[in-house]
Write a protein that binds this ligand. Structure first.
Ligand SMILES: [Cu+2]
Length: 178
């Protein structure tokens, strides 16, 4: 009898004790979820930035990277680096059978979508290079997004796309007009 009473008391304590504990845990969990959602909402990720090497006298070089969009639509509005006089945002379009570069004001980064800046497509263009980009070196690049603000990355100079990144179309460089 006493044992049963003890069991009832224990059960009662458990029932009384649980809801606040449960609520507290839920509160902590949801606060954490909100905090990480807020952090994620702002985050635009930039992956695998790379650039092709250039030769002496070459005015400009192409830069490529992957942008992973955040929770909200964003857009790349500008870029800058210490190795070039200015950085332009470019796209490539076919004119007849020749691909031509065209400057664009912004590059759209829709929420949750991946935008590849790749050979033969959208890219950043390093203009008025202060010295040739050498294979194996790297240089800092600051990307400015409308909402996410500035994102700083290190661009690796290499002749080919890093693994997992789109490579050039086979004939792209042959028809490429700078
Ligand atoms: Cu270009």
């Amino acid at each position: 009898m006493r044992r049963r009473l003890a069991a009832i008391v224990w059960f009662a304590i458990l029932v009384v004790e649980r809801p606040p504990m449960f609520l507290k845990n839920t509160l902590i969990a949801s606060t954490l979820a909100l905090a990480s959602a807020a952090a994620w909402a702002q985050a635009v990720k930039v992956e695998n930035p790379w650039a092709r090497p250039t030769v002496q006298g070459q005015a400009g070089g192409g830069g490529f990277l992957r942008i992973v969009g955040g929770a909200a639509n964003d857009r790349l509005v500008a870029a800058s680096t210490s190795v070039a006089g200015r950085v332009e945002l470019h796209t490539m379009t076919m004119e007849g059978d020749v691909m031509r570069m065209r400057q664009v004001d912004t590059i759209e980064v829709p929420a949750g979508q991946t935008v590849d800046l790749k050979p033969g497509g959208l890219h950043v263009m390093f203009m008025d290079l202060k010295s040739p980009l050498k294979t194996g070196s790297s240089f800092p690049l600051t990307l400015k997004f409308e909402k996410a603000g500035e994102v700083k990355v290190d661009v690796k100079v290499q002749p080919r796309a890093p693994s997992g990144m789109p490579a050039a179309a086979p004939d792209e460089h042959k028809h490429h007009k700078h």
